[in-house]
Write a protein that binds this ligand. Structure first.
Ligand code: GLU
Length: 418
């Protein structure tokens, strides 16, 4: 069973349980168990050596009760249909949890290892993907964004291609673009900043001083790398980080600015000299205040959960904790900040980018960051309070908050009753 299939199954199961427990109209499940539309495309790409290679791409449109489908595009060798479906479902919940973000949930993926492509091959693949799904997306229909292994440059190629197809400037089709072509200030760091806001609030709730707290981060991509910078700048002590090549640890705190420089130069942090090299497994089990898994799904499992010693888990990645692990961590009294709220900063600022794009206006970064705080922290507190009231886990609470809002909107739109 692929990691994506596992994530899809556990997400569906929890949705079903939450619908039953909430007592909302059971028909909501009929809208949530499967996406509204699944698009699978074959993307032939001319390679630099003159041959043609084809790649499989997906766009899954899960639910649009609240507004246009919204979600990132992942380039990864393990991306498969079930993974994209699961991630699209999580997007539906994410946008439903945050009030004032009028989006539904969607996700895209291409099965590819982008590290094996040259820049020009990557550009042709990105443009080919957008061409293949262009009929199904739109600034009021479905708005893609970055995800694992995709970045502002890739978004720029995609926005350019879409504008070319439409024969008019339509950069609002995509968020997470470079500022030069209508991106928002603060978008690149938004997921990590939201994660930090949530982690800070979590510390406050359980009486940990965020400044000086010990933080372990799994993953050093856009989310993990920026989380390391922001947590460090805010006074936390980042003691361990990892990337696909390995993990490093320094109990006295890593010198994050130096580490960032090192990563730029060598393309990995795994060989950084001023730290102890450890395995990714050891990293997850380190004693710390905050563990932030910011890589891929199913990293915290029933095998390693009993050995996790963090006090707070702040999920920068989507689906990093399996359902079985969730139960174990809960019994251990670890405060989990679930993905659908902890990493929602990205989509919140994507919304702000979309608003700015539609008005052809640019806000200051402080305005964006303040708006992000206003949207994410009260939503997190609501989930925390609901979990306390109902004596349920944080993930269950988050799912319930999102499902309740979706059920209300579906009812108003006339999707549920006769
Ligand atoms: N890929 C990000 C996520 O999983 C951002 C999505 C977006 O901005 O639309 O939330």
């Amino acid at each position: 069973m692929s990691e994506g299939t596992k994530l899809l199954e556990q997400t569906r199961n929890l949705i079903k349980e939450c619908i039953d427990e909430l007592g909302v109209n059971p028909s909501v499940y009929e809208y949530m168990k499967e996406p509204r539309k699944t698009i699978i495309v074959n993307i032939p790409v001319k390679m630099d050596d003159g041959t043609v290679k084809s790649f499989t791409g997906y766009r899954v449109q899960h639910n649009n009760a609240l507004g246009p489908y919204k979600g990132g595009i992942r380039f990864h060798p393990n991306a498969d249909l079930d993974e994209v479906k699961a991630l699209a479902t999580l997007m539906t919940l994410k946008t439903a949890i945050i009030e004032g973000v009028p989006f539904g949930g969607g996700k895209g993926g291409v099965t590819v290892d982008p590290k094996k492509l040259s820049q020009s091959e990557l550009q042709r693949l990105s443009r080919g993907y957008i061409r293949a799904i262009s009929l199904f997306i739109g600034t009021k229909k479905d708005i893609p964004a970055p995800d694992v292994n995709t970045n502002p440059q890739i978004m720029a190629w995609m926005a350019d291609e879409y504008s070319y197809i439409r024969r008019q400037a339509e950069h609002e089709i995509i968020t997470g673009k470079p500022i030069e072509i209508g991106g928002s200030k603060g978008r690149t760091q938004a997921t990590s900043r939201g994660l930090m806001f949530v982690a800070q609030k979590a510390c406050e709730l359980i009486g940990i001083n965020f400044e000086g707290s010990e933080v372990v981060i799994q993953g050093f991509g856009n989310v993990g790398g920026n989380a390391a910078i922001l947590f460090h700048e805010a006074g936390a002590k980042v003691i361990a980080v990892s990337d696909v090549e390995g993990a490093i640890y320094n109990r006295n705190g890593l010198d994050i600015p130096e580490l960032i420089k090192y990563n730029k130069q060598y393309g990995t942090i795994a060989t950084y000299p001023d730290a102890k090299q450890i395995t990714n497994e050891e990293l997850l089990e380190l004693e710390c205040d905050i563990l932030a898994p910011c890589a891929l799904e199913n990293q915290i499992t029933k095998e390693n959960a009993p050995r996790i010693k963090a006090k707070i888990i702040a999920e920068g990645a989507n689906g990093p904790t399996t359902a079985e692990a969730d139960k174990i961590l809960e019994e251990k009294g670890i405060l989990i900040c679930p993905d659908v709220i902890a990493n929602a900063g990205g989509v919140v600022v994507s919304y702000l980018e979309w608003v700015q794009g539609n008005y052809h206006f640019q806000w200051k970064e402080e305005t964006v960051n303040a708006e992000l705080y206003e949207k994410i922290v009260p939503a997190f507190e609501k989930i925390y309070n609901f979990a306390q009231e109902r004596k349920i886990s944080m993930r269950r609470s988050a799912f319930m908050v999102g499902i309740k809002r979706l059920a209300d909107v579906m009812e108003i739109r006339g999707w549920l009753s006769k």
